[in-house]
Every structure is written in C-alpha cells, then in structure tokens.
Write a protein that binds this ligand. Structure first.
Ligand SMILES: *Cc1c(COP(=O)(O)O)cnc(C)c1O
Length: 339
C-alpha cells in the first residue's frame, strides 16, 4: 500500500481495500460478504436504475489521540436508513446488521483510517439499492446493501472559512409531503441542476426555500441550515428537510453550552437578523456562511461581517469535533469505540 498524504486528501473517492455487502432475497437478509471488487453486477431492469429505489447514509470513523477508533452516532444512521428504506418500500434491516457491517468494513480498511494529527477522517458510505428487475412501477423483490469507506481530508484546508450561498427561486429540491425527509438519491437528482448553476456563479451551495410558499428556509442542498441570533441557535422546522444527525448533535451541544435552541419555520427575511449562520452535515460538521444572495429578489444577506467564521460557529464546531475525536467527554453516549 502506498503512503497516503492525509492532509492532501479531498472529499472524493480514494480507493480502499475492501467493501462489505449483504443481499436481500426470498424475503430476508443473507450473510455479510467481504469483497475487493468495486463493481456491481445487476439486471438492467433493476428498480434502482429506473425508478430510483436507492437510499444511502454517510458517517465517519475517527482516530483519537489515544489510538482508538471511534464511530459517531452509528445507531442514528441505522435508524435513519430504515426510515429511508420504509419511505420508498425497500426492506428495513436490523440495527445490529447495520452496525456490524460498519464495524467490519472499518476494521478491514483500518490502514486507511487517517491518523489523529492529520485532521482527516474515514468517511463511511452505506447504500441500499433495488436490484430485482421490474418494468412496471413496483418495489423490487431483491436488494443489495453495500458499505464502502474512503479516507477524506480535513474539510477546511485553508482554515475554517465562510463561503457564499445562493437562493434560486426557480428550483425546488423536495415537496412538503414528498421524500425530502429521507435520504434517497432522488432528492439529489432533483437538486443537482440548481447546485451546478450556483457553483458556476461562484457559490458553494444553494439554499433551498420551502417548495409550497417560497417563504421559509428549508436547507442547503446536502446540509441543514442554522442561524445564530444572540444566545440562540435557530434551525428550520419543515416537512421537506432531512433530519441531519450533525444538526441534532449541534442542538444538544448548543444547549450544553448554555444556548437556547429554537426549531421553527424561518422566514427568508429573518436572515437579516442573524449574527452568524452555517450549513451543517457529516462532511464538514459546520460550513460557516459568508453571505446569502437571493438572486431572483436581488437581495443580499451578509452573515460573516468580517469575512471570518463567527465566534459561536467556531465554538460549536470545536466542541463537536472534540467529542468525535475523543478529546472531550462523551456525555451523551454518541461514540462507539470499535478498536
Ligand atoms: C445527509 C444529509 C444532510 C446531513 O445529515 P448528517 O446526518 O448531518 O450528515 C443534510 N441534508 C441532506 C439533504 C442530506 O442528505
């Protein structure tokens, strides 16, 4: 295995040694299989290819200063994957199967777990796909659950820097009673064009508004939104956003730090009242927001006045990362030590 330059890794696919798989056939999940094959062979009429029967997860393993390997809130990911599967009629799996497969794939690829000092981590990507053939629109009768891992670099290579985001009123990501609350590939297909347009214009992401009224903030493509107003952490309540585990954790960390937490609809104009704001998710923990431009409304909201991450975003980010790497006490039992 060649030497990996941990600090140079980006958030991309870096090849690792093993992935683990489990097939659902005849109404039940089979044995866990280990393979070095990175390809999948399936019927061309598989439902994942035509009708989007696909759900995924994303979590990380961290190497601590003490040399131990930690998973962050793996059970939450297992439960959310089950909600996603239930939402698009795929079979749920026992939480123990999910956890066992995550643990196994991390141990098999332990040489790819970045060292503590690097600030990098091992990204874990579970996915379930409908592999059984159907031409009519019906759930498949066979499924494949795969987990692969890939080392990802420190998200903020040039420091914890705020980036600009855009509101594009001509695009929606998810409908109120649609699939926005579950982690399925279809939501990403719905948002990929708006994301591309935003990137072309120099923005890091799109901030989607609620699809029904276009009045409230939903979320930032693949990350939840939060704003800071004085001592308050405020995050949207909506029927079309994905319940981020990072956001859930930050709400608790904010409370632990003596802040007030509000989860409620956030009107777009309220952006003018926030002292700071951020996007949160597993990849970055927090991406501080520099400015939000409402492109169809010609309105601009500045959220990082000095161009630097604000003190509250910084404090929350450091507090959560410290728990993940084992530098701070795990008061809420979020961490699983696997080795
Ligand atoms: C995965 C995801 C997030 C972030 O969730 P985490 O559990 O914090 O990683 C936010 N929004 C969407 C749409 C997602 O798919």
């Amino acid at each position: 295995m060649q030497e990996i330059e941990w600090s140079k890794l980006s958030f991309g696919y870096y090849p690792t040694a093993w992935n683990v798989r489990c097939y659902y056939r005849d109404g039940k999940w089979g044995e866990i299989e280990e393979t070095q094959d990175t390809n999948i062979s399936m019927h061309m009429a598989a439902t994942c290819l035509h009708y989007g029967q696909e759900a995924f997860e994303g979590l990380k393993a961290f190497k601590g200063k003490d040399g131990k390997t930690r998973l962050f809130r793996v059970e939450e990911n297992a439960l959310r994957m089950n909600r996603s599967c239930e939402g698009i009629m795929m079979p749920e799996m026992p939480v123990e199967l999910f956890t066992e497969m995550v643990t196994k794939v991390v141990k098999l690829n332990i040489d790819y777990l970045p060292p503590y000092e690097s600030g990098a981590s091992l990204y874990i990507r579970p996915l379930v796909i409908g592999t059984g053939p159907q031409v009519g629109v019906r759930p498949a009768n066979e499924y494949l659950f795969i987990i692969f891992v890939t080392p990802v670099g420190p998200y903020f290579k040039d420091g914890f820097k705020p980036t600009p985001m855009a509101i594009l009123r001509g695009y929606d990501r998810a409908a109120p009673l649609g699939t926005g609350t579950i982690k399925v590939g279809g939501n990403y297909a719905a948002g990929i064009k708006a994301g591309h347009i935003a990137h072309e214009k120099g923005y890091s992401a799109v901030l989607f508004l609620d699809a029904k009224e276009k009045k409230y903030i939903d979320e930032c493509g693949p990350a939840n939104f939060f704003g800071i107003k004085g001592n308050k952490y405020i995050t949207p309540k909506s029927e079309s956003i994905l319940p981020s585990i990072t956001n859930k954790s930050l709400m608790q960390v904010a409370k632990d730090l003596g802040m007030e937490v509000e989860r409620r609809p956030i009107p777009v104009e309220e952006l003018a009242e926030f002292d700071e704001a951020g996007a949160c998710g597993t990849a970055a923990v927090i991406s501080p927001i520099l400015r939000i431009d409402d492109l169809d409304d010609n309105h601009s909201y500045v959220l990082a006045k000095e161009g630097e991450a604000g003190p509250v975003c910084t404090k929350l980010y450091n507090a959560l990362r410290a728990i993940q790497y084992g530098d701070a006490e795990d008061k809420h039992g979020w961490v699983t030590i696997i080795e």
